[in-house]
Design a protein around this ligand. Structure first.
Ligand code: GBH
Length: 459
C-alpha cells in the first residue's frame, strides 16, 4: 500500500504500556502500595475517582495481551516493572511473586518471538519511600539502584533492552510542582531536588544494569518541541525558559555532562545556592548510553507571561513566566493536543544539531493519540483519526531519519486503552479497545492498519 512510509531493514516496530496503567491486581501477591495508589484513591485527584486497582487486569490476562502483540506482528514490546511489586516497601525484602510475574511475562514474549524492552520506573514509587521524602531525597536514588540490580539480576539474561526512567519530567515537575501527578506536591526547590535525584538514580541504575550484564541501556525523555507564540524577543526568551524546564534539565546533564547554562534565568533563586548536587554527580549522570528513548505527542506554543505567584517564597518550580497558547489551524486530539507531525521531525533534527555525535541512537519509545472513539455493539472502533495520526507521525519520523537522525525503532502508545493517569479511563490511547465492564479486548481499525504497515515493511 502506497501510503505506508517505508523504513530500512532492521528498523524495529513495537507497542508500549506501563505497569500501573494496565496491570490492576493492586493488592495481589504481595505488591506494596505506590504513590499512584495513594494519589488515585485521594478524592478529587483523578477523573471520576478512577484508580488502577483493576485497570486492564493485565496481571491476569497477560497471555491474551501477548497473543494480541504477536498477531500485530511487532518486533518488540515495551512494558514497565512495578517497583512496589518487586520491593514492596521500597527497600528491604524482595517479593519473589512480583519478580515471577515479570519472569512469566518475559518468557511469554520470547516464546512469541517478541523482544522485551523493560522500563524500571514508570512513576509508581513505593509509598514507603515517599513517606521518607520521595525523590526530594537522595536516598530514593540509592534504593532505586538496589531495585535495578535485583531486577537486572533476575531478568538480565532474557531482556536485552532496559530503560531506567520514563519521563522524569513528569515524576519531578508534575509530581512535585504542578501537583497533577502523584504525590501531588506543589513546591519549588523540592521539585528541583527531585529532578536532580532522578538523574542520580538514573546514573546509579545504569551502573547496576551494566554490572548485571544488561546489553542495551537507555532512558526515556518526553523532550518537547517548544515554539514561540510570536517572533518577539519576549516570546523567544519564554521558549528558552520552557526548553530549560522541559528538556535541558535532562539532556544537558545526560548527554553533555553539564547543567543547563540557562537555569538561573529560568529558576532564579530556586536554583542558586542549592545543596542537593554533589561533586561527581555529573560524571555519574552522563555515563554513555546505548540509546535515547524519546516520547513525542505534540508541540507546545509558549508566550511570555508574568509569574503566576507574586510572592517569590511561594513560587513553584514550574512558574517560569510563560503560558501555553493554543496552536490554531490544526486538529486537536481528545487530549486537546494539537496534531503537528512536522514538529516531530524538527524536534529530532534539533536534538541532532545540538548534541551531534553525543546523541546516541534514538528509539521512539512512545507516540500515539487519544481519540473520541465510538465503539459499535461489538466493540469495533473505526478510528480513522488515529490512523492518520500514526501514518503522518511515522512519515515525519522517516523524514528525520532522511535528515541524518539515527532512529532505530518506534513504539506506538499504546497497545491497550488504559488508565490515563489524572484523566482516568476517560482518555483512550489504545490500538485495542478495552471494555472495562467485561475486560473484552477488540482491535480497532488502527490495530489493523499498524499490522498491515509492519507487514508491508517485510513485503
Ligand atoms: C506519556 O506521558 C506517558 O509516558 C504515558 O504513561 C501516558 O499514558 C502517555 O504519555 C499519554 O499521555 O494536564 O497537568 O494533568 C506524556 C506526558 C504527562 C502528558 C501528563 C499529559 C498531563 C498533565 N503526559 N500530562 S496535566
Amino acid at each position: 500500500m502506497s501510503d505506508f512510509p517505508s523504513f530500512p531493514p532492521g528498523f524495529e516496530f513495537g507497542a508500549a504500556t506501563a505497569a500501573y496503567q494496565i496491570e490492576g491486581a493492586a493488592q495481589e501477591d504481595g505488591r506494596g502500595p505506590s504513590i499512584w495508589d495513594t494519589y488515585s484513591h485521594t478524592p478529587g485527584r483523578t477523573a471520576n475517582g478512577d484508580t488502577g486497582d483493576v485497570a486492564c487486569d493485565h496481571y491476569h490476562r497477560y497471555p491474551e495481551d501477548v497473543a494480541l502483540l504477536r498477531d500485530l506482528g511487532v518486533d518488540t514490546y515495551r512494558f514497565s516493572i512495578a517497583w512496589p511489586r518487586v520491593v514492596p516497601d521500597g527497600s528491604g525484602p524482595v517479593n519473589p511473586a512480583g519478580l515471577d510475574f515479570y519472569s512469566r511475562l518475559v518468557d511469554e514474549l520470547l516464546a512469541a518471538g517478541i523482544t522485551p524492552a523493560a522500563t524500571l520506573y514508570h512513576w509508581d514509587l513505593p509509598q514507603a519511600l515517599e513517606d521518607r521524602g520521595g525523590w526530594r531525597v537522595r536516598e530514593t536514588a540509592e534504593r532505586f539502584a538496589e531495585y535495578a540490580a535485583v531486577v537486572a539480576g533476575h531478568l538480565g539474561d532474557r531482556v536485552p533492552r532496559w530503560i531506567t526512567l520514563n519521563e522524569p519530567w513528569c515524576s519531578s515537575f508534575l509530581g512535585y510542582s504542578v501537583g497533577r501527578h502523584a504525590p501531588g506536591a506543589q513546591e519549588g526547590r523540592g521539585a528541583l531536588a527531585a529532578a536532580h535525584h532522578l538523574l542520580v538514580g538514573h546514573g546509579l541504575a545504569v551502573q547496576a544494569l551494566r554490572s548485571a550484564g544488561a546489553r542495551e541501556v537507555g532512558i526515556t525523555l518526553n523532550v518537547d518541541r517548544n515554539l514561540p507564540a510570536s517572533g518577539s524577543p519576549a516570546d523567544r526568551a519564554a521558549v528558552v525558559r520552557a526548553d530549560t524546564l522541559h528538556n535541558l534539565v535532562w539532556t544537558e546533564p545526560i548527554l553533555a555532562g553539564r547543567y543547563p547554562e540557562t537555569e538561573e534565568e529560568t529558576w532564579g533563586e530556586l536554583i542558586t545556592g542549592q545543596d542537593f548536587r554533589r561533586e561527581g554527580d555529573l560524571g555519574l549522570i552522563s555515563q554513555p548510553l546505548d540509546f535515547l528513548g524519546v516520547n513525542f505527542y505534540r508541540p507546545i506554543v509558549v508566550a511570555d507571561a508574568p509569574y503566576r505567584e507574586s510572592d517569590p517564597a511561594r513560587r513553584v518550580a514550574t512558574d517560569n513566566r510563560y503560558a501555553e497558547v493554543r496552536l490554531e489551524g490544526v486538529r486537536h486530539t481528545a487530549m486537546d493536543w494539537p496534531v503537528d507531525p512536522g514538529s516531530f521531525t524538527e524536534l529530532l533534527v534539533g536534538l541532532k544539531e545540538r548534541y551531534g555525535d553525543a546523541l546516541p541512537p534514538v528509539h521512539i519509545t512512545e507516540n500515539g493519540s487519544a481519540e473520541d472513539d465510538k465503539a459499535d455493539a461489538d466493540g469495533v472502533v473505526h478510528d480513522h483519526d488515529r490512523v492518520t495520526y500514526l501514518r503522518d507521525h511515522l512519515g515525519a519520523l522517516r523524514a528525520a531519519m532522511d535528515a541524518g537522525v539515527d532512529v532505530r525503532g518506534y513504539y506506538v502508545w499504546s497497545l491497550l486503552d488504559n488508565f490515563e493517569w489524572a484523566f482516568g479511563y476517560d482518555r483512550r490511547f489504545g490500538l485495542v479497545r478495552v471494555d472495562y465492564d467485561t475486560q473484552r479486548r477488540t482491535p480497532k481499525d488502527s490495530y489493523h492498519w499498524y499490522k498491515a504497515m509492519i507487514a508491508a515493511q517485510r513485503g
